[in-house]
Design a binder for this molecule. Structure first.
Ligand code: FAD
Ligand code: NAG
Ligand code: NAG
Ligand code: NAG
Length: 358
């Protein structure tokens, strides 16, 4: 099978790389940033590397339109993949647990969702919560289900090790232009590049959604989310594997501020203590550090498609064969949740190209 270059070593690039290896391709990852242990990561230098700073958990979003239906399918594929990975590789950084969501304003789509309908949508152990379960009387609606959380650095390092042991090659470099990926000297004749650059380069439709969170050492057996009436959020994501718990968090479109705000930290921590009593049952929250990340968001949604580049459009090639770029970026706040569905789609787009040329 052919050689493929993947730009990016975030959760999307790594998942797509493994999927393509399984299909028999030989894959090289070209990236500026790679998974780094939390304790030693340079927060400023890696600020654009979204995967490093995620929670990360799976929070089901019930579909109301075709785009959401497609994403829901991706999240189900990912859920099943996470189950299988955890069973086979307990060291991968994944934990399954109860997820609880509280809403001050019930979203219309959920209104009368029954346990049966929820199961039909793939939500296991779904249960509506009652008033007695809510943290205060502003919450009007809530439910729980079974879900997964992961420790992003452990998980991404695990994917990278899998990739390496399957013969994957790595080039650590920053590309100035996507065409450079076709011109890597050690990979002559590469015809397919997969663009998993997150927020990289300069697609004017892509913008960052800033997220500030705080890592605490307190453990939690449950992942929680609360959506307030004013549109702000509180969430609690246990990382496990000695990674503490993430207390979040903000969602600030187009905010490039790389520095954490002390006022935001204070608000996030006091909300968490009030909403999730089990978190502070053994003592107050113990902050370990603030995190600022950038979710690679895209107007118009995820870009997941193949682009054909006519022969001659890339200067410096040694032959005149046409090239393709498979784009897989703009995952916003759902990169982990959708990762294996996206990887499957990338594999299909590569496969279609190969068969259309036979
Ligand atoms: C605070 C916060 C909480 C989050 N929580 C969750 C959650 O609970 N669940 C969830 O699913 N998602 C969550 N996310 C979102 C998730 O982190 C992203 O959707 C995901 O990491 C995107 O992955 P990616 O691989 O597309 O991009 P990235 O992780 O940003 O990776 C991009 C890669 O491309 C490389 N690259 C870019 N440009 C170039 C270039 N010019 N040359 C070479 N290499 C380049 C980078 O170095 C990097 O390796 C959260 C994000 C934040 C910030
Ligand atoms: C992050 O991305 C922005 C926009 O592309 C860029 O200006 C900035 O230099 C990047 N920061 C780092 C640390 O790479
Ligand atoms: C970024 O956009 C500018 C203007 O649209 C363009 O001139 C430049 O070549 C682009 N850079 C890359 C790396 O694509
Ligand atoms: C690759 O993805 C980036 C977004 O991360 C985008 O800006 C760029 O335009 C894409 N490359 C091409 C050739 O379209």
């Amino acid at each position: 099978m052919s050689d493929i270059v993947i730009i990016g070593a975030g959760v999307i690039g790594l998942s797509a790389a493994l999927r393509l290896q399984q299909a028999g391709h030989s894959v090289t990852i070209v990236a500026k940033d790679f998974p780094t242990p939390y304790e030693s990561a340079n927060k400023r230098a890696l600020i654009n590397y979204s995967s490093q700073w995620a929670g990360a958990h799976n929070r089901w979003i019930l579909p109301t339109n075709p785009a959401e239906q497609r994403e829901h399918g991706f999240s189900l594929t990912t859920y099943r993949h996470m189950e299988a990975t955890m069973a086979k590789f307990p060291e991968a950084g994944i934990t399954f647990m109860k997820g609880i969501e509280y809403f001050d304003v019930a979203p219309a789509v959920h209104g009368d969702l029954t346990e049966e309908q929820a199961l039909g949508l793939g939500l296991e152990e779904f249960k509506r919560l009652g008033k007695q379960d809510f943290p205060d009387d502003k919450v009007t609606y809530g439910y729980e289900y079974k879900t997964w959380c992961l420790n992003p650095m452990i998980y991404c390092s695990f994917l990278l090790r899998q990739f390496h042991i399957l013969g994957g090659k790595i080039l650590s470099m920053e590309l100035r232009d996507v065409n450079e990926a076709f011109l890597v000297k050690s990979l002559p004749g590469v015809q397919v590049v997969v663009n998993c650059s997150g927020i990289g380069f300069n697609d004017t439709a892509v913008f960052p959604t800033r997220g500030q969170t705080c890592l605490v050492s307190n453990p939690s057996a449950i992942t929680y989310t609360r959506q307030y009436a004013d549109g702000t959020w509180s969430f609690c994501i246990p990382r496990n594997f000695h990674g503490g718990t993430i207390i979040g968090g903000t969602k600030e479109p187009d905010n490039w501020d790389s520095e954490p705000s002390a006022e935001t930290r204070a608000r996030l921590l006091s909300n968490a203590a009030a909403n999730y009593p089990t978190l502070v049952a053994d003592g107050p929250l113990q902050p370990l550090g603030d995190i600022v990340g950038r979710r690679p968001t895209r107007r118009g949604g995820i870009r997941l498609e193949r682009e054909e580049i006519p022969a001659g459009d890339i200067k410096g090639l040694q032959d005149d064969a046409a090239r393709s770029i498979v784009h897989a970026y703009g995952l916003g706040g759902r990169g982990y949740e959708l990762s294996w569905g996206v990887a499957e789609e990338v594999m299909e787009l590569v496969k279609q190209r190969v068969s259309s040329r036979l």
